[in-house]
Design a protein around this ligand. Structure first.
Ligand code: GTP
Ligand code: MN
Ligand code: MN
Ligand code: MN
Ligand code: MN
Ligand code: MN
Length: 202
């Protein structure tokens, strides 16, 4: 796992830190692409206003709300559905990589908390419908929800091409770690896709 890893309790002890929570919503599916390529799992990410891919969620205010309540509030804004998130859905917390436009002073360091929630396929489809219709952030902070292709096509497209896009913060790592940990993609397939993704734009 990445360095800078913290437990949920250690992370919350940093009261001067800013906190953000994001979640990977996913389900199993029996559907197939072109009637023959198993899709296996639907994983939801989003195209953000800044053109980067990321997970739904956002900044929370630990003085006013729990991490999980704050994440639910963000999901209502970005997805248009009030999804309950519980402490058991927490996967990890870590310091965000220092970025050029955020202050590097320790008092304002950003801690990102990551959650994973498995749902039923019909619930995931309902989230997609709401995100494109009733969500207040639709077309503003969120340009659209996208599914992560887990397969590899004959031409080498699919997961590798998806991973070659630009991601916010360490969302790419959060995705890869989750695929591995939840056994959604075989380790050797993921390794191949990660390696190939680095060569796609060069
Ligand atoms: P505002 O309402 O505009 O403040 O946005 P927001 O509350 O929805 O916050 P956002 O989702 O942009 O997340 C806050 C910060 O967390 C971002 O500025 C990024 O630095 C970071 N971030 C955003 N998405 C992700 C993600 O998917 N993974 C990780 N690790 N960090 C993210
Ligand atoms: Mn938001
Ligand atoms: Mn957000
Ligand atoms: Mn917000
Ligand atoms: Mn907002
Ligand atoms: Mn599986």
């Amino acid at each position: 796992m990445a360095s800078g890893q913290l437990s949920r309790a250690e992370a919350l002890a940093c009261s001067g830190c800013r906190h953000a929570c994001h979640v990977m919503l996913y389900c199993d599916t029996k559907s197939q692409l072109f009637g023959r390529l198993p899709i296996r799992h639907i994983i939801l990410m989003q195209m953000r206003f800044d053109g980067l891919l990321g997970f739904p969620g956002g900044f929370v205010k630990p003085l006013e709300e729990t991490l999980e309540a704050g994440l639910s509030r963000e999901l209502l804004e970005e997805l248009g559905v009030a999804l309950p998130i519980s402490v058991e859905d927490h996967a990890d917390s870590c310091y965000a990589p220092a970025s050029s436009h955020s202050s590097s002073s320790p008092s304002s360091r950003l801690i990102t908390h990551f959650y994973v929630k498995k749902m039923e396929e019909e619930q995931i489809r309902e989230v997609e419908r709401a995100a494109a219709s009733t969500a207040t952030d639709h077309g503003q902070e969120v340009l659209g929800m996208v599914r992560v292709p887990l397969y590899t096509t004959k031409g080498g497209g699919g997961l590798a091409a998806f991973l070659s896009h630009s991601f916010i913060g360490n969302a790419r790592l959060q995705l890869a770690d989750s695929l591995l940990r939840l056994n959604l993609v075989a380790p050797e397939e993921l390794h191949k896709a990660l390696t190939h993704s680095l060569k796609i734009h060069t």
